[in-house]
Design a protein around this ligand. Structure first.
Ligand code: AKB
Length: 314
């Protein structure tokens, strides 16, 4: 079993990926790391600022790590507040990990890209794998540049780096960290607290989204498939569910009829307006057998049950 390091293990994706990989391979084989300490003591956790190249190297050496999942990043909305730092963090962290693979210290990397690589000139519906990409956010620019570098390292140095363009991710174990799609998580907490939800996007803004269970499964399936199946070394489009705030609100309201919403779009509306409404993921389906499981109704039902249980709200 190759030992795995997750960088950003306290984040929205990291939290669930860590749980799933640990239950599959055992705690001792999946090392967690984050800039923040975890909530619960964890024997296999290392505090790490991913910009600290030397500390990263020492952790890799200490545990004989062979695979790295690099999940630390500044997301779209937060990145717009500090563009220079976002660029520095998102790019430097990637280079630190890519160079370890180039030097054959590690064998395999997972690096997440995003639908943010697309921009206002991209076709919005069923956005193809290969299309015009002129991102207008610093986050999108960093992800697009990152994709180019991943492909370059794969072609030039035979680095086994694998990537997915995540849509907005919906989950309940850990909160999302400053994205444009975060409304689709926040809305459930308001619904269960019987509070009116103030949505920062307008009611008719379609965005591609995915339930976390599907996203974690996709990530692990991509990492476990034979190397020969990976024909795209930039990043794979991944489709899940596409909906507008109005549609998810209607879905929640079917079981919580008193739930209310108001729409007060802010700067995140401008970001959402440049992103696709839905994604064509034929390449992921054909190359490594990807298939999404959750639709809007099932995801909503599961979120309402789990947010309820976890937060003891209703
Ligand atoms: C964000 O909204 O920034 C992220 C993403 C789509 O990458 N959730």
């Amino acid at each position: 079993m190759n030992k795995i390091l997750i960088i950003g293990s306290n984040g929205q994706i990291g939290t669930e990926l860590l749980q799933t990989l640990r239950s599959k391979h055992g705690n001792e084989n999946i090392i967690a790391s984050d800039i923040r300490e975890p909530k619960e003591p964890d024997h296999y956790f290392e505090q790490l600022d991913v910009m600290d190249k030397e500390k990263l190297k020492s952790i890799i050496k200490k545990y004989q790590i062979k695979e790295v999942y690099l999940l630390a990043a500044l997301l779209s909305a937060t990145a717009e507040k500090n563009p220079e730092f976002a660029w520095e963090l998102n790019m430097e962290s990637l280079f630190n990990v890519l160079n370890l693979a180039k030097d054959k210290v590690i064998d395999k990397i997972f690096w997440p890209s995003s639908i943010a690589v697309f921009g206002p000139t991209t076709p919005r519906e069923n956005t193809p794998q290969y299309t015009i990409m002129e991102p207008s956010t610093v986050y999108g620019i960093s992800k697009q540049a990152g994709e180019r570098w991943c492909e370059y390292y794969a072609n030039r140095y035979d680095v086994d780096v694998r990537s997915i363009r995540y849509p907005g991710l919906i989950s309940y174990s850990a909160p999302p960290g400053g994205g444009t799609t975060d409304y689709a998580v926040e809305i459930f907490y308001s619904a269960l607290k019987d509070e009116k939800y103030t949505c920062f996007l307008s009611e008719k803004t379609p965005l591609p989204m995915m339930y976390m269970e599907d996203a974690v499964r996709a990530t692990i399936e991509l990492m476990e498939t034979n190397k020969s199946n990976i024909k795209i070394r930039s990043s794979y489009n991944l489709g899940g569910i596409s909906f507008t705030p109005e549609e998810i609100y209607a879905c929640i309201r079917s079981t919580r009829p008193n739930f209310e919403i108001e729409y007060v779009p802010d700067f995140r509306q401008n970001i959402a307006d440049t992103w696709p409404g839905s994604i064509d993921d034929t390449a992921a389906q054909e190359h490594w057998g990807w298939k999404a499981k959750y639709d809007l109704e099932e995801m909503t039902k599961d979120m309402l049950n789990n947010v309820q249980i976890d937060k003891n709200l209703a």
